[in-house]
Design a protein around this ligand. Structure first.
Ligand SMILES: N[C@@H](CCC(=O)N[C@@H](CS)C(=O)NCC(=O)O)C(=O)O
Length: 224
C-alpha cells in the first residue's frame, strides 16, 4: 500500500505516526509517499477525487481510503499491534471514535484561519482571533476537563489514535506566537507528551514545528 502524505501537514502526521509505530514502512507493508503539490494531478484524482492527503492507496484494484482518522483506524484494525493504540474495549473504543469525530468537526475547523498562512494561503485575522477565542473558551476546556480529566491521554493512560488526531494540529498555534503564549500549560504538556510518545515520526512533527515557530508572515504577531 502507498500512504500519500503532505509531510508538514498535521492531517498526514497521525497516519504517518501509526504506520511507523506499527513498523509498516519498515516491513514494506506501507510505503510513505510525499505527494505535496501533486494532489490535483489526473493521476492523484484517479486515486482520490477529493484530492486530499493523507490517502492510503490500497494494493491491486482495491481502491483507496482517505480521511486521516479513517486511515488510522484501518491501519490499526488490520495490522498486528494496532490494538495497543486503538484499544478493543468497546466503551473506550467508542470514546476514542467520538473524540476523533470531535477533532474533525469541532477542533480542526478552528485552525485554517489561524495557521494556513504557513502554507502561503491568505488568512483573515479577525476570523483567526474569533477561532482562537473558541479554542480557548470552548474546545480546550472540553479537551482538558473532559477528555483529559483523569488521564494523561484522551480517556486513557496510554496514547491512542485519538491523541494522534489532536496533538499534531496543536503545533499550528505556534505560528501566532502571542496565541501560543497563552495556551494553558496543561495543553502544552499534553501536546509534548503525545508527540514524544511517537518518536519515529519526530522528523515530521519537527517540520511543522519549524515552519510555525519560524513564521514571520502576515499576522504572526497579532494579539489574541
Ligand atoms: N479531513 C481531511 C483533511 C485533509 C486535507 O485537508 N488535506 C489537505 C492538506 S492539510 C490537502 O491534502 N490539500 C491538498 C488539496 O486539497 O489539493 C483529513 O483529515 O484527512
Amino acid at each position: 500500500m502507498k500512504l500519500h502524505v503532505i509531510p508538514a501537514s498535521p492531517n498526514s502526521q497521525g497516519p504517518i505516526a501509526v504506520a511507523k509505530h506499527l513498523k509498516l514502512d519498515a516491513n514494506n507493508t506501507v510505503e510513505i509517499v510525499n505527494s505535496y503539490g501533486k494532489t490535483r494531478t489526473p493521476e492523484f484524482l484517479a486515486i482520490n477525487p477529493c484530492h486530499t492527503c493523507p490517502t492510503l492507496e490500497l494494493d491491486g484494484s482495491d481502491g483507496a481510503i482517505w480521511e486521516s482518522c479513517a486511515i488510522m483506524r484501518f491501519l490499526c484494525v488490520n495490522n498486528e499491534g494496532g490494538d495497543s493504540i486503538y484499544p478493543t474495549d468497546p466503551i473506550l473504543r467508542g470514546k476514542i471514535d467520538m473524540v476523533m469525530d470531535w477533532r474533525q468537526t469541532g477542533l480542526y475547523p478552528a485552525f485554517p484561519n489561524i495557521a494556513y498562512g504557513v502554507f502561503g494561503y491568505p488568512t483573515d485575522e479577525d476570523e483567526a482571533k474569533k477561532a482562537f477565542g473558541k479554542i480557548m473558551n470552548e474546545l480546550f476546556p472540553t479537551l482538558m476537563d473532559v477528555y483529559l480529566k483523569d488521564t494523561q491521554f484522551v480517556y486513557s493512560d496510554k496514547p491512542t489514535i485519538a491523541d494522534l488526531s489532536i496533538a499534531p494540529v496543536l503545533t499550528f498555534l505556534k505560528c501566532r506566537k502571542n496565541f501560543w503564549a497563552v495556551v494553558p500549560d496543561k495543553v502544552k504538556e499534553y501536546h509534548a507528551r503525545v508527540l514524544e510518545a511517537f518518536p519515529d515520526a519526530k522528523e515530521y512533527f519537527d517540520m511543522t514545528d519549524g515552519m510555525c515557530t519560524g513564521f514571520e508572515g502576515p499576522g504572526a504577531d497579532i494579539e489574541p
